[in-house]
Design a protein around this ligand. Structure first.
Ligand code: F6P
Length: 470
């Protein structure tokens, strides 16, 4: 069976694994031969020519160092100040410095040159996310004939937002060098097709995108998931229970409304707090009876727009405290810190409302994890943005327009007033969808689609199944 080579910007480290994605890919790499390739997390004086292998808890990880300037142009620059805001339809927050493209391209070329000598002819290569769109082109230019798949973890933009990206034509041509492109949601597939089929000419656009041939590239939605059964177990683990007890002592009879997000403008945090402010303003009865906890670990904080989001959130949380707090009651707690999975699982289980209201999101795994962690006998309610990929999977959540803070405030009221029967019946449908869209099946279905030639031998699904029953 072919080896699997996973490529991503960040590489996994030793110790407990934080995310479901890393767990699932580790599982794939522990059942099939292969390795993980990506940035080492280190900056060097000279661009590294070769990757060095490390054994990370039994998994082979090949890592490459980048120079400070290249890393800045590639990561903070082109990836996170141009692609990220544009793909999230926040052109107002994009900084279009077109020279960053050269650094982005250089790093993708460096990845390809360091990866190529490690490849066998029948290796299956799975590239992850927007940092590495040109990687297949760069590998093919060096002679790689392998099957190469690309998975975009974030939303695909509308055509107009894509046109605002420097060198978008070249990036689309890069996408056509993959054998398979996976998106989170059907809306992303539709946006991609819209672009591929209707190209707008541009005087300075360089490549005429009309001539991009996507006929050899399969495009499909593969909605990512979590491991809801593992989360259900984790939520009643001793570490989670400790967090539950600690919170219960602090909350008393108050219902908890919980948000957990990286501190990113795409997550709609100021709008979310404003919705909570409206809930308290419009419904006197909730004061002293609810508490909102927002966990928001800092992210990409060298980028100005992220610092501004943090300032905005400070200001609006301060405003809500000033407006509603009393000497013996605080309406909200806001922590800019990351917590481990067990503590989060405990918080999710305790929360009467999981408030997941990004302005735009690829999938949003917090929604999946919140569902997984609920007590089946007394589940909470998920309030979910209709602009998260998760909305396609979880129609039984209370779906809201996160820009409309009146609507979100009303959804909060409905969630807090919802009777047990309705909570149970909604949660049962949500949990069943979370189980159907679990992360293991996600990885398997992508790889089975990318490597159909292996179908006559054992498929990834068979191998993993045999391993799990062994
Ligand atoms: O959602 C996209 C993503 O790149 C994830 O893969 C990652 O966990 C998250 O954003 C954080 O990104 P960064 O690597 O920039 O900290």
């Amino acid at each position: 069976m072919s080896r699997i080579v996973v490529v991503s910007n960040r590489t996994p480290g030793k110790g407990p694994v934080a995310g479901g994605l890393a767990v699932a890919l580790r599982k794939v790499l522990s059942e099939r031969e292969g390795f993980w390739f990506g940035w080492s997390g280190k900056l060097s004086e000279q661009p590294a020519r070769e990757a060095h292998f490390e054994d990370v808890d039994g998994m082979q990880v090949a890592k490459i160092d980048l120079t400070r300037d290249d890393h800045h142009a590639y990561y903070a620059g082109f990836s996170n100040s141009i692609l990220w805001p544009s793909f999230h339809l926040r052109l107002d927050l994009a900084t279009i410095e077109s020279h960053w493209y050269e650094g982005y391209r250089r790093v993708n070329g460096q990845f390809a040159r360091a990866l190529l000598p490690l490849l066998k002819p029948d290796d299956i290569i799975w590239v992850h996310d927007y940092h590495l769109i040109p990687l297949a082109s760069e590998l093919r230019a060096l002679g790689a004939r392998n099957r190469i798949g690309f998975y975009l973890h974030i939303p695909f933009p509308t055509a107009d937002a894509l046109y605002a990206i420097p060198n978008h034509g070249e990036l689309m041509r890069d996408l056509s060098r993959y054998d398979l492109i996976g998106f989170q949601a059907n809306r992303d597939v539709a946006a991609f097709r819209e672009f591929a089929e209707h190209q707008a000419p541009s005087t300075f656009g360089g490549l005429n995108t009309k001539h991009i041939d996507f006929s050899r590239t399969d495009v499909e939605a593969f909605p990512i998931g979590s491991d809801p059964n593992a989360f259900a177990k984790l939520a009643i683990s001793p570490a989670a229970t400790k967090m539950v007890h600690r919170m219960k002592r602090a909350l008393g009879e108050q219902n908890l409304i919980l948000g957990v997000d990286r501190l990113d403008y795409s997550k709609g945090l100021p709008q979310r707090v404003e919705a909570y402010e409206k809930l308290l303003a419009n419904n006197h009865r909730f004061r002293r009876n609810v508490h909102m906890l927002q966990v928001a670990p800092p992210s990409r904080d060298t980028i100005k727009e992220y610092q501004e989001t943090s300032d905005q959130l400070d200001a609006i949380c301060g405003r809500v405290m000033g407006e509603f707090a009393e000497p013996d009651w605080a309406p909200l707690t806001y922590v800019k810190r990351a917590y481990g999975q067990p503590s989060l699982a405990g918080l999710y289980r305790l929360a009467r409302v999981g408030l997941v209201t990004p302005l735009r999101d690829g999938m949003n795994l917090v929604a999946h994890e919140y569902i997984g962690a609920q007590n089946p006998e007394n589940p909470g309610v998920l309030v979910l943005s209709r602009f998260a990929g998760a909305a396609e999977i979880f129609p039984e959540a209370l779906l809201v327009n996160p820009f409309d803070t009146d609507e979100t405030a009303e959804a909060l009221r409905m969630a807090l007033d919802m009777n047990l029967d309705e909570r149970k019946s909604r949660w049962q449908s949500l949990m069943s969808a979370a189980r159907t869209h679990n992360v293991d099946d996600w990885a398997i279905s992508f790889l089975d689609r990318l490597a159909p030639a292996d179908k006559d031998k054992s498929s990834t699904r068979d191998i993993l199944y045999l391993a799990s029953v062994a």
